[in-house]
Design a protein around this ligand. Structure first.
Ligand code: SF4
Ligand code: SF4
Length: 263
């Protein structure tokens, strides 16, 4: 039976066959040398596929960052990757393409990471879509301590959930169960104008200002100051010494603006 890395190359070749002059780039952060070596070995006879080791940093995996890091082309929030001749897919999607086109199998599984200091035996699972989160927690040995915070998704971009009786979906990626909620234990205070949020922002916006506009519901100012360029990475909230919930308020305002655009 074909293993996942071979399926990844197979799925990429299916995608490349749709575009005459396209080439495929397998982008992997440089803290995974085994993975890079294996992919290089598997693609040594593929003249349309290259493996690119990227600097390990956050955020590196979002569409905009990946396109820039691999091709030097830049896009903003009003553009699609196709506007600069790119298609960005994650590993799971490329494998799903292989399964669908070559093996005739629909997407039925996801890789879900169950982790956090509340979990007895953190692991990655290949699960059928629809499997309940509580079944995954049981399979990971259950809770060694009661969790105080449960996050669906990663620590920076995931969202809190209150109930484990929730099915996994095709977008589920991780379940993070924490014994301490350090974020809600911190009282936000006034901005001290340190500029740290600006320094770390990959969207090149001014998070402090955008959060002010969002909090005061100044929609026009939010949009005019490029609020839609935020990729919701969470870096500004993470570094803010005043513990302002910058990402959360910017994210809410972005949602409102996106919903308005759809109307
Ligand atoms: S979440 Fe904050 S740091 Fe990240 S892109 Fe948005 S404003 Fe910038
Ligand atoms: S990091 Fe926080 S305190 Fe510093 S400028 Fe930004 S919002 Fe203000």
């Amino acid at each position: 039976m074909m293993e996942e890395p071979e399926k990844l190359i197979g799925g990429l070749k299916v995608s490349l066959s749709l575009f005459e002059n396209a080439r495929g780039i397998l982008a992997v952060e440089d803290n995974k040398p085994d993975c890079i070596a294996k992919l290089k070995r598997l693609t040594r006879d593929e003249n349309k596929i290259v493996v690119k080791a990227l600097k390990t940093k956050y955020p590196q995996g979002s569409e905009r960052q990946l396109i820039y890091a691999t091709t030097g082309r830049a896009i903003h929030s009003a553009m699609l990757p196709s506007d600069v001749g790119c298609v960005v897919n994650n590993v799971d999607t490329v494998i799903a393409i292989y399964n669908a086109v070559i093996e005739g199998k629909p997407l039925m599984h996801r890789i879900v990471t169950v982790t956090g200091d509340a979990i007895a035996d953190p692991c990655n699972f290949k699960v059928r879509i629809g499997t309940n989160y509580h079944e995954l927690v049981d399979e990971a040995g259950g809770f060694k301590e009661p969790p105080v915070k449960i996050i669906s998704g990663g620590p920076m971009m995931g969202f809190g959930i209150f109930d484990l009786d929730v099915p996994t979906t095709k977008t589920s990626s991780a379940l993070l169960c924490l014994t301490r909620d350090e974020v809600s234990a911190m009282e936000p205070s006034a901005c001290i104008n340190c500029g740290k949020c600006v320094e770390v922002c990959p969207g090149r916006v001014v998070p402090r200002k955008l959060a002010d506009y969002a909090e005061h519901f100044e929609e026009e100012a939010f949009v005019n100051n490029n609020g839609m360029e935020c990729c919701e990475c969470g870096c500004c909230s993470y570094v803010c010494p005043a513990k302002r919930p910058l990402t959360q308020v910017i994210k809410s305002m972005r949602k409102i603006q996106l919903a308005k655009k759809k109307k």
